[in-house]
Design a protein around this ligand. Structure first.
Ligand code: GCU
Length: 581
């Protein structure tokens, strides 16, 4: 990042175990439709923008904004559900707040931001300290130089305008919640600190534990201690010339699984600081058409879910939000969730891990991305890296998904094959997949044919027999999936308005959805190599694409729960099917 005296530094992981200082709370905000606070009337960036937080020094001074007199909203949180006038708003909003800070010798201060949707510029005390694009992954900035001892003013310009070259691109079937949607934290580290670490069980030898660690500096001979008291691990380790540690331990541990989500307390001591984590040990791999968890075949009884609060919409961003959604999935009998279509917040991933819920985590390479645009590719790669770096140690994440429903074509194949290889280079211990599509059948034969089959470990596809096509034909359908890999149906389903009852042939009735589930689930029994499903979707969710009055009202109604937490008839069909598996 040129032009900043502070620095966007590689993402630190497990930030909540580093005694962070929270800057959450009520922030002032200024809605700036024409980015008056950033560009002059010639649309040139200006140095005296809103980020200066300027105050009139004398009566004749002209300052046409004032954060302190502007309304406030709670951060983290989206603006759409906090200010009714911003429900549909897509554009720039400025956020600003004062805070006190005590500087300390030998301490560096990182500003960690969990997520801002979509395009953010970050300012501290009037100076731009960093910028980021992508609405669902964290970034951190070393702001030591800009930080003052005493009162400081932080300002974030957030812009969620959609654009063709973005990731996601112009159209997507979820609400474009804007703003600072996850925590804003200050993290104090030494000049030398643990940047990130990885702990995992070997996928083949269930008694081998691999430990890797990277410091922020390439220094040899630094002492790092790894402690796992329950496993009698107390290892004194030294960094190599890259400032890294690699160690393999042989231990017979209790393995993490949905039935037994065992987590070990782990401590990493370095440079006077101790990072505590909760780590589960499990192996995940595929053999032929089976997915093996800890060496045993598993069927993924899943459900798809958006990162939206259970009631009334709005971005979910807390453990409580996640706990409620996960409890609904548990009621269904699930052992697996597809966190669609973007990385969900860390609290949700960790709560799922504690509750024994396996997870598919995804980046929003969704529908028709600008495949030939290099910046778009680098943006997707960056989101992938940030997702994997943040959640590398979450044993419940078994699949990284790099795309959803993307159109066949050479440019797409080049983009996605490169992205798949990159994902493998970052993490070769998990399964890679993407949600492909089977959108038609000929003579009731559904064939999956996708060049990307070579670049995934699990063949996943979305299909909507009974809703977008072939209504009531599921019983006649057969499937040809010519790949010797496990198969996951990453989406299927249909809409229903809770409480609307009628004949099973009538759209939007609960009976129609109920019957669709019965027919699809019966059809799945015939699919060879089916290793899991994630029906679309746990609950009705907000979407600007769903405008049918009295039925959708800006909600996608394919939930098994309504947006008010009521169970639809199809809920019971799926729950019964899972209870037999
Ligand atoms: C698609 C897509 C989802 C969407 C769903 C639907 O398959 O992946 O994001 O919401 O279909 O049409 O309801």
């Amino acid at each position: 990042m040129s032009g900043f005296c502070s620095e966007m530094v590689p993402l630190v992981n497990n930030v909540y175990a580093r005694n962070p200082i929270s800057l959450n709370g009520d922030w002032h905000y200024i809605v700036d439709v024409q980015e008056e606070g950033y560009y002059d009337y010639r649309r040139q960036p200006m140095s005296w923008g809103f980020f200066r937080n300027a105050k009139p020094q004398k009566p004749s001074d002209l300052i046409e904004y004032d954060f302190s007199k502007s309304p406030t909203m709670h951060i983290p949180g989206d603006w759409n559900t906090q200010d009714a006038s911003l429900f549909f708003y897509e554009g720039t909003v400025w956020f600003g707040r004062d805070f006190e800070y005590k500087k300390k010798d030998g301490v560096r201060t990182l500003l960690y931001i969990g997520a801002v949707n979509y395009d953010s510029h970050v300012f501290l005390n009037g100076k731009e300290v960093g910028a980021h694009i992508g609405g669902f992954t964290p970034f951190n900035i070393d702001v030591t130089e800009e930080m003052k001892d005493g009162s400081n003013f932080i300002c974030i310009k957030a812009d969620n305008k959609r654009s063709a070259e973005n990731v996601p691109t112009l159209i997507f079937d979820w609400w474009n919640y804007g703003g600072i949607t996850r925590d804003v934290l200050l993290v104090e580290v030494g000049e030398r600190y643990v940047e990130n670490y990885k702990i995992r069980l070997d996928n083949d030898d269930l008694e081998l534990i691999h430990f890797e660690l990277n410091l922020n500096k390439k220094i040899r001979g630094e002492n790092v201690r790894l402690r796992i008291p329950e496993l009698n691990v107390n290892e004194s380790l030294q960094t190599d010339r890259y400032g890294s540690v690699e160690k393999t331990l042989r231990k017979r541990a209790e393995l993490w699984s949905p039935e037994n989500p065992k987590l070990y307390k782990v401590y990493i001591d370095y440079n006077g600081m101790s990072i505590e984590d909760e780590i589960g040990l499990r192996s995940i791999k595929t053999v032929g058409k089976q997915i093996l968890l800890n060496g045993k075949p598993i069927f993924l009884k899943g459900i798809s879910v958006h990162e939206e609060k259970a009631y009334g919409g709005g971005r979910a961003n807390s453990t409580d939000d996640a706990r409620l959604l996960i409890s609904w999935a548990k009621e269904l009998g699930c052992n697996y969730m597809r966190f669609a279509h973007y990385p969900h917040n860390e609290f949700a991933v960790r709560e799922a891990e504690r509750q024994g819920m396996l997870v598919w985590s995804e980046i929003p390479v969704y529908w028709t991305i600008d495949w030939t645009n290099t910046d778009t590719y680098l943006n997707a790669e960056n989101q992938l890296r940030e997702m994997i770096t943040r959640d590398w140690n979450r044993c419940n994440i078994i699949i990284w998904s790099i795309a959803n429903e993307t159109p066949h074509g050479n440019a797409r194949d080049r983009f996605l094959s490169r992205l798949s290889n990159y994902a493998k280079s970052l993490d070769d211990s998990r399964l890679i997949s993407m949600a492909m599509e089977v959108s038609s059948a000929s003579n009731y034969v559904n064939r999956l044919n996708d060049n990307m089959n070579k670049y995934v470990d699990v063949i996943s596809f979305n299909q909507y027999v009974g809703w977008y096509r072939d209504v009531h034909d599921a019983p006649k359908m057969t499937w040809e999936i010519p790949y010797d890999k496990p198969v996951i149906i990453s989406e299927f389903g249909g809409g229903a308005k809770y409480g609307y009852h009628g004949d099973k042939g009538e759209r939007w009735t609960e009976e129609f959805q109920e019957n669709l589930y019965k027919e699809n689930l019966a059809m799945f029994e015939k699919i060879d190599g089916l290793a899991g499903i994630t029906p679309w979707i746990l609950k009705d969710f907000r979407s600007p694409r769903r405008v049918l009055p009295g039925v959708q009202d800006y909600y996608n109604r394919k939930g098994l729960f309504s947006d008010n937490g009521e169970k639809k008839l199809a809920f019971y069909v799926l729950r019964d099917w899972y209870s037999k598996r």
